[in-house]
Design a protein around this ligand. Structure first.
Ligand code: COA
Length: 182
């Protein structure tokens, strides 16, 4: 039986709330330069900063407007291997989504599995639209979004100034009526 903290389950994964004992795995993958490269944080992530993030994530409600962070746990090890963040808009009919997987767990379809389960659960709750964006150089992120069924909606040149440079960004969307059954 799944633990009480499990919110979504896939063949290989549990998506659950964050726990204090996730801190080591969380800091390790967030401190990897390839993981942090296109994200809002900079590597390395200290244990103190990681513990503070996890405390904050653990205190939020997935059905309330605002950001909710799903911890991705591998069923085989019971360990944290990544995260999915969902920002539910005030109208509760739209959301933005982001994702991260520890490097050792990439390349096996696990992000596809986690993201598919998450978007399907929000669409099943009646959401009309889910949006995602990424740095135009983040090819793996764009490929993941297209694999899961997001449509490419365009590129904005120099849309953000991050880590000392102007960044071109790709925009993706999924609309409930266009979702193909998986
Ligand atoms: C974005 C990110 C989550 C994508 O991870 P990923 O490992 O490429 O995605 P998946 O887990 O779905 O794995 C897909 C790969 O597994 C392969 N695969 C194997 N079994 C699979 C299956 N059952 N289903 C789908 N793909 C499968 C695919 O062919 C693909 O291979 P490739 O890497 O050779 O193209 C990852 O690169 C990441 O965490 N990056 C750092 C953080 C980041 O930039 N996040 C996005 C910010 S916008």
């Amino acid at each position: 039986m799944s633990p009480k903290s499990t919110l979504l389950e896939t063949p290989r994964l549990r998506l659950r709330t964050f726990r204090d004992d996730d801190v080591d795995a969380f800091c390790e993958y967030r401190s990897h330069p390839d993981v942090a490269r296109y994200q809002g944080w900079s590597a390395p992530v200290s244990r103190e900063a990681g513990a503070s993030d996890i405390r904050e994530y653990g205190g939020t409600d997935p059905s309330a407007p605002g950001w909710f962070m799903y911890a991705i746990e591998a069923k085989t090890s019971g360990l944290l291997i990544g995260e999915i963040g969902v920002h539910l808009h005030e109208n509760r009919m739209q959301a933005d989504i982001g994702f991260t997987l520890a490097p050792a767990h990439q390349g096996m379809g696990l992000a596809t599995e986690a993201l598919t389960a998450t978007v399907d659960s929000y669409l099943a709750r009646g959401l009309r639209r889910i949006s995602a964006d990424c740095d135009a150089r983040n090819i793996r992120s764009a490929a993941l979004l297209e694999r899961v069924g997001f449509r490419f909606e365009g590129l904005r040149k120099s849309n953000r100034h991050a880590k000392g440079e102007w960044v071109d960004e790709l925009f993706f969307g999924m609309v409930s009526e266009c979702r193909k059954p998986t």
